[in-house]
Unconditional design. Sequence first.
Length: 215
Amino acid sequence: MSEAMISCPRCHRPIEGDEVYICCANQELSWRCSACGKVSEGFAFPYGMCPHCKGKLEMLERGPIDNAESLDAIRAAFEIELGGHAFYQRAANESQDPTLRELFARFAVMEEEHMRTLSRRYHAQLPQPAGDLQIDHAAIFAGVERKPEDPANLFRIAIAFEERAVKFFSAQGAHAPEGSMQRELYKELAAEEREHVALLTTEYERWKAGKAGLL
C-alpha cells in the first residue's frame, strides 16, 4: 500500500518526499519603476522590466502612509479619479455617437477599476462615486473650450483633464522634500495619470480613424 500523499497546506499541491519547498501561492508584490515611477502589482514581470516603459523595476517596500502630507497626495488622487469618473459617465449619457457612448462608458469603468487599485495599494477606503458633473464644468477645469456640436470635443476635454492631473502631481512632487514619502507618492500618481493620457490619446486616434477601441 503506497504512502499517503503529502500536500502543501497553503496551495494543496503535492510535495515529493521530504523536499524543502517555498510556497508562493497567491503572492502579489508591488514594484516601482526607477525610470517612470509607475507602480505595478504582480509576482514577476518579464526580465524584471516595467511593463509601461521597460525601465528597471524595484520592489516597493514602505511603512504605513500616515503623515498629513502623504495623505493629502492620496486624497488628491481620489478626488481626481472621482471627477474623471463623473465626467466619463456624463459624457457617455450625453453623447449622440453610439461609438463614443460605449467608449466613455468603458472609460468610466476604467476609473472605477483604478480607484479600486488605489484603494488596495494605499489601504484607503474606497470612496463613493461622485454625483452628477456638468460637462461644462469639466471643460472649464480642463481648460478646453466646450463645443457641444463637435463629438471630438469630449475626447479633447478628457485628455486635457488627465494632462492637468499629470502636471498637478508632477509639480507637487517637485516641491516635496527630496527622499520624502510624499515625493515618491506624487511621482507614482503622476505616472498613473500619464498612462491614462497615453490610453485616451490612442483611443482618440483610433476613433478618428474609424477603428475599434482597445478597451
